[in-house]
Design a protein around this ligand. Sequence first.
Ligand SMILES: *[C@@H]1O[C@H](CO)[C@@H](O)[C@H](O)[C@H]1NC(C)=O
Ligand SMILES: *[C@@H]1O[C@H](CO)[C@@H](O)[C@H](O)[C@H]1NC(C)=O
Ligand SMILES: *[C@@H]1O[C@H](CO)[C@@H](O)[C@H](O)[C@H]1NC(C)=O
Ligand SMILES: *[C@@H]1O[C@H](CO)[C@@H](O)[C@H](O)[C@H]1NC(C)=O
Ligand SMILES: *[C@@H]1O[C@H](CO)[C@@H](O)[C@H](O)[C@H]1NC(C)=O
Ligand SMILES: *[C@@H]1O[C@H](CO)[C@@H](O)[C@H](O)[C@H]1NC(C)=O
Ligand SMILES: *[C@@H]1O[C@H](CO)[C@@H](O)[C@H](O)[C@H]1NC(C)=O
Ligand SMILES: *[C@@H]1O[C@H](CO)[C@@H](O)[C@H](O)[C@H]1NC(C)=O
Length: 540
Amino acid sequence: MFSSLARIPQLTSLFSLLIITTFFSPATANWKYKSRPDLSPPTLNITTPATFAISPGYIFVAPYSFPGWDPPLPHGPLQPGPYIFTSSGELVWSGFGYISGYVANFQAANWKGEEVLFAFEGSLNGEKGHGHGHATILNGSYESIKQVRGAGSKVLDVHEFQVLDERTAVVEIYRPTPFELKKFGAGPRSQWIVDAVFQDIEIETGRLLFEWSSLDHVPPEESVYSIASLAFGTGYNSSDALDYFHINSVDRDADHNYLVSGRHTSTIYKINGTSGAIIWRLGGRHSNFTLAPGVAFSFQHHARFISHSKEGDIEIISLFDNSGPELNGKRGEYANESSGKLLSLNTTSWTAALIQDFPAPHGVFAVSQGNTQILPNGNAFVSWGSAGAITEYSPDGTVIFHAYLESGDLWANGNVQNYRGFRFNWTGVPHEDPAVVALRHGESTVVYVSWNGDTETDVWAFYGVDAKGREIIVGEKKREGFETSFYVWSGKKWSGFFAEAVGKDGKVKRRSTIVRPEKYIYKYVPGRDDLVYQQGLDEL
Ligand SMILES: *[C@@H]1O[C@H](CO)[C@@H](O)[C@H](O)[C@H]1NC(C)=O
Ligand SMILES: *[C@@H]1O[C@H](CO)[C@@H](O)[C@H](O)[C@H]1NC(C)=O
Ligand SMILES: *[C@@H]1O[C@H](CO)[C@@H](O)[C@H](O)[C@H]1NC(C)=O
Ligand SMILES: *[C@@H]1O[C@H](CO)[C@@H](O)[C@H](O)[C@H]1NC(C)=O
Ligand SMILES: *[C@@H]1O[C@H](CO)[C@@H](O)[C@H](O)[C@H]1NC(C)=O
Ligand SMILES: *[C@@H]1O[C@H](CO)[C@@H](O)[C@H](O)[C@H]1NC(C)=O
Ligand SMILES: *[C@@H]1O[C@H](CO)[C@@H](O)[C@H](O)[C@H]1NC(C)=O
Ligand SMILES: *[C@@H]1O[C@H](CO)[C@@H](O)[C@H](O)[C@H]1NC(C)=O
């Protein structure tokens, strides 16, 4: 594939674009965090600032730019990866370099009584929306403690990973399977289908506790498009197997039954956790429920059990309704905008009612991806998948926070995507040391400190090292955000600086290494209106 000479001009132009980006792009040139010139995190464009009604907790996202964008503009986050932000858009943790490749479904969870982070780590086939990889688990000091793979020699798919009962995880596998599709209207060449498999596995041991396969229960004709249209793959070979189901979420309730979402059947299934039999279908071609106004959905994601009545006849679930077929870019069958939904299902009357919808601000439409997280206080946190935005709602559907996952001036708006986004509480005390730089400009020196992922520092104590090697405190400053700066006026007295992280309890949590002050250049560059100043360091 790469031997073709015809590709060379294209590669050359892509290469030169990359060079130009690196040179002109404010995201790399702005040196946003003086102590971390290597970090270029995305910037949240907050259009509805958080009100007092938002839930406590941090924002968890993993923004990326759509692979294979044509033409390949340098849009989207320069450093795609898992990120934790505060509700005012302040960076808490850049996971760039911690979890590599395509990262998605970044969340916090409790595993064996310990607070952990997890995310999908692997590669993405953006055209099909399939991802292959594993889940990586990090602990409270951001150290990788586990990789979770599918049981029985099966590569994990990106769509689901959820820790249940602090012990097991539900995961999904897109398994190409030889299958005769002729009797479903396809031509004789169509011989491959994607079996949508989910597993419930014990995280520690990898032991398989339950496995379900869509082909055992859901025939290909349940797909919302006809098989003959070959809309979800040709089936001509295993790598283009016909993706008739497209499983994208699995949840489990206290009775050990499962809730499964199939994007390409536009159906949510309740599955018997013992036999694997389908208990009911909601939506799609064979719904067991009559749908009240506002309930109908299509191409949905992230179906979750919320609660059920003692008698078991009322089931409350949430979902993200993408609404609308993606293939011709045409908007919704049922609505022209995506939304989060909270539904009440009555299994006596077999009716489904809308409890609350969370409609898209600014008419945001997520052709793919997305999720609806019902928070403990009843708020809803919605991530708009392919539309690259996040919103928090009060229980009555009022928008109390909205942001676009933008990245500087990189044409990002509209091109940034984020598979799922969440709000979680989290305590992080990084294994790595705080990063410090001391920049001298004339008589004064500014000391900058940051500690990527730290949630516990309240105050930074700054120290100078004098000519005799004595370490003397020069001042303290309340933590400002990701980075905290401190002015030292009599800068020339000191040969080195360091900082100590002090927690709310007044105890020192970590001490940085000692850095030598560096001379800071800040000068006008003639003829360059876009980059008015050049910033850099000089030897002292
Ligand atoms: C933020 O998003 C709004 C709405 O899309 C847009 O009008 C505005 O230009 C964006 N701001 C920045 C700084 O990109
Ligand atoms: C995280 O894991 C590392 C390696 O096992 C361990 O040294 C460290 O103490 C752990 N941190 C926490 C907060 O559990
Ligand atoms: C599989 O079939 C598709 C559709 O005809 C084709 O584009 C692709 O190149 C084939 N892949 C392989 C590995 O043969
Ligand atoms: C699930 O299947 C088992 C075994 O067939 C059966 O005993 C049980 O009643 C079923 N549960 C539900 C909720 O259908
Ligand atoms: C759901 O609908 C199917 C037919 O579409 C039917 O066979 C099945 O019995 C129904 N299930 C329930 C629980 O009513
Ligand atoms: C969606 O928009 C189209 C074009 O404006 C309109 O014809 C259609 O009725 C809308 N659909 C719904 C469900 O509102
Ligand atoms: C569920 O439907 C049954 C049968 O129509 C009805 O008697 C019952 O009141 C409904 N439950 C709720 C909570 O609406
Ligand atoms: C965070 O913790 C607070 C205090 O326990 C709780 O009220 C809140 O619901 C939690 N936030 C999330 C997102 O779970």
